[in-house]
Unconditional design. Structure first.
Length: 181
């Protein structure tokens, strides 16, 4: 009986691998990217414009988002001539909920929306755009310092998650649509 289960598991694994290979799956960061260049090389040629909030101001969160984008797009620095510019702006919404009998809020919800555009340097036209969204909830306690620390930590997590989404979407687009290298 155990022997049959092992064989069935192996046959199932092989079938899944064959289905995956037949569906056109290709690794995003491999040399199979459209255009022949590796995606890491293409991403390294993206310049990131200063990130600002919707009213045009730069804040600490702007810096966190920009640094996370830079770390993920070109961790080793620029690799040649700039081909694209990534423009981004964001909006943060805060909402308290989990209200007690004395009408005090016990949970804080932070929502980050990052609108981004990938712009071709030569034509100065956007070739893709999108919005990355992230939500984090943290507990509110009686200590103001603890609440401030929890909020800062939540903003850092939001910036990291939104940057991951932006880079994944830009990478997927460039992997599927090639580049002008």
């Amino acid at each position: 009986m155990i022997f049959k289960v092992k064989i069935l598991g192996q046959v199932g694994s092989i079938a899944i691998l064959m289905l995956l290979a037949s569906c056109g799956f290709k690794p995003m960061y491999g040399t199979n990217a459209a255009g022949g260049a590796e995606l890491a090389q293409i991403l390294a040629n993206i310049k990131i414009d200063p990130v600002r909030n919707m009213s045009g101001r730069q804040e600490r969160l702007s810096q966190l988002i920009e640094n996370n984008l830079q770390d993920r797009i070109s961790p080793l620095g620029a690799n040649g001539q700039t081909s694209y510019v990534l423009k981004a702006s964001y909006e943060v919404q805060e909402q308290g909920y989990g209200i007690r009998e004395d009408e005090s809020v016990t949970l804080q919800n932070l929502r980050l929306s990052v609108a981004f555009q990938l712009v071709d340097i030569n034509s100065d036209q956007p070739i893709m755009d999108g919005t990355a969204r992230a939500i984090v909830t943290y507990d509110l306690v009686q200590s103001d310092f603890s609440n401030m620390t929890a909020r800062q930590s939540s903003l850092e997590r939001l910036a990291e998650e939104a940057a991951n989404q932006v880079v994944t979407r830009v990478g997927t687009y460039l992997s599927n649509n090639g580049s002008k290298e």
